[in-house]
Write a protein that binds this ligand. Structure first.
Ligand SMILES: Cc1ncc(COP(=O)(O)O)c(C=O)c1O
Length: 373
């Protein structure tokens, strides 16, 4: 039950407008449903946007990650070091590719994987590093790439939350050997369904990914690897092309809203605001995440006031039941991630979130700490 007269404020709100509707219908009427012309145009435009030579679309971000590892030639026994604090799919994709995820704890300030912890988690079996630009905040890529080069490791960026973010002048996804994106509806841009993209400058990897996503096909009736059905549907690609045109404007709006949240929340003692942009670091606020004392109580209070928040994520990946069962992780193995999982709260964030709603949300957070001390 929502208290009082205020409307409900959702946590996110994907855009689907008339131009996208027309593009999708045109694609359905005039093109092949699968791997039609819009798919290839979307790939070209996405590669140009990110600044890589190639982009290969897939049916999800998880598929993009899995196919990237396979295209890079990883196999059984190989290890991939990734963040202990991400959406579970980051690590699942490593397992889907037949390799083994190894986890590294995060930096408490940015929620992103700590490069020093990646170094510690690296063994003789490690073949790749998988930094995740969590919430659209760029990872410390210089340290990660330098370390990878010194050890001959591949870097796959999980940019599934980072469309349009920039690290030292380069778009997220274009810094490592391969970058992967998700177009799930909650993302900064979506195809209004599931979808993903692999970006790379490496022609061999791009060619392998093209084959793997399409049943291992070399020609209509010939297949020379065991591939997957991981293609993006044409109507979804048509929508993605329109969304891509809007992405920079939407991201600018997100950044503006984030700075409003910062201004309203920075003097509340019980709250730590989201990490801010700084020199060379241009986040895109896929989520605006605060750390809050008595997080669960605050979340329940806000919900009663009509404000829908999220928790990204309530468990570090190694604490997920399946990872505990498979690998025997203990609760305190990744203490910084564990602390984040217990205090993080994602406030509503989407480009057309009205400024008055942010004022209202922040007012409610202030009231909670004033009245429930
Ligand atoms: C960080 C991260 N990695 C991977 C994925 C997987 O993407 P998808 O849901 O498109 O498979 C997501 C998104 O859901 C994500 O947020």
């Amino acid at each position: 039950m929502v208290d009082g007269p205020h409307k409900t404020i959702p946590m996110g709100c994907p855009v689907f407008d008339e131009e996208m509707e027309v593009a999708a219908v045109n694609a359905l009427r005039n093109e092949r449903y699968v791997l039609g012309e819009d798919v290839f145009k979307f790939e070209e435009e996405f590669a140009r946007y990110v600044g890589t030579r190639y982009a290969v679309s897939t049916s999800s971000g998880t598929n993009a990650l899995q196919l990237s590892f396979l295209a890079l030639g990883l196999s059984a026994g190989d290890e991939v070091v990734t963040s202990a604090f991400s959406f579970v799919a980051s690590a699942n994709a490593v397992i889907h590719a037949g390799s083994l995820p190894k986890f590294a704890d995060i930096d408490a300030r940015t929620y992103n994987v700590d490069p020093n912890e990646m170094v510690k988690a690296t063994t003789k079996q490690t073949r790749a590093l998988l930094p995740v630009h969590l919430y659209g905040y760029p990872c410390n890529m210089k340290e990660i790439v330098d370390f990878a080069k010194s050890r001959g490791l591949k870097v796959v960026e999980d940019a599934c939350q980072g469309h349009g973010g920039v690290y030292k002048g380069k778009k997220l996804g274009a810094i490592g050997d391969v970058g992967c994106f998700s177009f799930y509806p909650s993302k900064n841009m979506t195809v209004c369904g599931d979808g993903g993209m692999i970006v790379t400058d490496n022609e061999t990897v791009a060619r392998a990914a093209v084959k793997l996503r399409d049943c291992g096909r070399t020609s209509r009736y010939e297949h020379d690897v065991i591939g997957y059905t991981s293609r993006l549907n044409t109507a979804n690609a048509a929508i993605g092309r329109i969304q891509l045109k809007r992405l920079d404007d939407w991201n600018r709006k997100r950044v503006g809203l984030a700075s409003l949240y910062d201004a309203y929340l920075s003097d509340i003692e019980e709250v730590a605001i989201a990490p801010k942009p700084c020199s060379g670091i241009e986040p895109v606020y896929h989520l605006y995440v605060i750390r809050a004392e008595r997080r669960d109580e605050l979340n329940a209070w806000l919900l009663k006031k009509g404000i829908q928040c999220g928790i990204h994520y309530p468990f570090p990946i190694p604490m997920q039941p399946i990872y505990r069962r498979l690998f025997g992780f203990k609760e305190d193995d990744f203490p910084v991630s564990l602390a984040a999982s217990r205090s993080c709260l994602s406030l509503p964030m989407y480009p057309f979130l009205p400024k008055e709603d942010i004022e209202y949300i922040c007012g409610q957070i202030r009231d909670f700490y004033n009245t429930k001390a």
